[in-house]
Ligand binder design. Structure first.
Ligand SMILES: Cc1cc2nc3c(=O)[nH]c(=O)nc-3n(C[C@H](O)[C@H](O)[C@H](O)COP(=O)(O)OP(=O)(O)OC[C@H]3O[C@@H](n4cnc5c(N)ncnc54)[C@H](O)[C@@H]3O)c2cc1C
Length: 343
């Protein structure tokens, strides 16, 4: 049995787990995916890699500033650009040449993480212990559970407990959180097609289909070919949310980008892949740093939807959720923001 089971190996879940493990709790993290990071995602393809989720790290708050500092000291992050075309504010943006999932790999150091394990049910026996149930693995038991996944997915997992264990108010708050989707297209071009661009990234605040484009290969010192990542608007992604074949949507986005940027060859990549993020960005987040079920056995939800600052919120939410769990268990001295220096 573990002291704490954390569902979700994204930035929020890994932050909770580090906080609690570093002060002596027995912690396990479970994730349905093949790797850690959640939306801090990097895909290996065509002999290179590309960030189809988290684009870059901006030091907008205390937590992300500290993370940038520690990761730059370890040569995991490098400054990418301070200018995103058509964004008025200049702000340094940091990237990892190995891909943004390197941030999660760093946060995962020394943790016990079970991958490829989707939690299908959470139950409790006599209010004494939590059980996490999986399709094809043994149950995990723990004294406390942290649900560090997007609120709509947490709702699906927790709704069955509404009558028996969870207060209706808690479930209503979870239900009030909404997310926007996003389609990400990764497109690679012939190596002789060297783009001579004045920008590394562009936002499209007024385009109905496009949201953002970045020259992803400019993050990689050893890039052999130009690779772009194009992110759709939420409205565009909503049109294709349940489509079986996303290739026509990807081609439409490539065409849009070519027209908007007046780069005709963007329309005809050598190859492309597309990824559907059903829960990309919280559109209606909570204004609190975690959501406590207030059950006799601790159960806390956290993630970037607890706050309005995406990755910075995920970090802060993870920190706050760990403090709340600790308060319910042994009241041990947590490392706080210094946990990054201990990795
Ligand atoms: C396309 C895109 C671009 C972005 N760009 C930026 C940016 O430039 N700057 C910025 O600050 N933020 C950006 N973000 C947002 C940022 O990536 C998120 O805010 C942050 O990564 C959220 O972390 P999290 O831990 O809260 O959730 P997640 O990363 O979503 O982690 C949740 C984890 O839970 C797992 N999970 C879900 N259900 C289960 C289950 N039942 N059982 C087991 N595991 C489960 C998932 O596999 C996932 O690994 C971007 C996001 C996207 C999608």
């Amino acid at each position: 049995m573990f002291d704490v089971a954390v569902i979700g190996a994204g930035v929020a879940g890994l932050t909770v787990a580090q906080q609690l493990q570093q002060c002596g709790y027995a912690v396990v993290v479970v994730d349905k995916s093949r790797g850690v990071g959640g939306r801090a995602a990097t895909r290996r393809l065509h002999g290179t890699r590309a960030d189809h989720g988290l684009r870059y790290l901006e030091p907008i708050g205390e937590m992300s500033q500290q993370l940038v500092k520690v990761l730059c000291d370890r040569n995991i992050l490098q400054l990418w650009t301070d200018t995103v075309y058509s964004c008025e504010s200049k702000m340094p943006r940091y990237v990892a040449s190995d891909g943004m999932s390197a941030i999660a790999k760093f946060l995962a150091t020394g943790l016990e993480i079970k991958l490829n394990q989707r939690v299908q049910a959470i139950t409790t026996t006599d209010d004494k212990i939590w059980h996490l149930g999986f399709e094809a693995a043994e149950n995990i038991t723990a004294k406390a559970v942290v649900v560090a996944i997007p609120a709509p997915q947490a709702l699906m997992l927790l709704e069955p407990l509404t009558e028996s264990i969870l207060p209706a108010g808690f479930v209503d708050k979870l239900r009030s959180v909404q997310f926007d989707p996003c389609l990400s297209v990764i497109a690679g071009y012939p190596s002789q097609q060297q783009p001579n661009l004045e920008w590394k990234a562009v936002v499209f605040p007024d385009n109905s289909d496009l949201a953002w484009i970045g020259l992803d290969s400019s993050k990689r010192p050893d890039a052999q070919m130009p690779v772009f990542v194009i992110q759709s608007s939420a409205a565009f992604a909503n049109l294709y949310l349940d489509a079986q074949d996303l290739n026509p949507a990807a081609q439409q986005l490539l065409g849009c980008a070519a027209a908007e940027l007046m780069i005709p060859w963007l329309d005809t990549p050598d190859w492309f892949q597309v990824h559907r993020w059903r829960y990309a960005f919280p559109s209606h987040p909570l204004v609190r740093s975690y959501l406590n079920a207030e059950t006799p056995l601790p159960l806390i939800c956290c993630g970037d939807w607890c706050g309005e600052n995406l990755l910075e919120s995920a970090l802060n939410s993870g920190l706050a959720a760990a403090m709340e769990i600790d308060r319910h268990l042994n009241n041990l001295p947590l490392p706080g923001i210094n946990f990054l220096d201990n990795l």
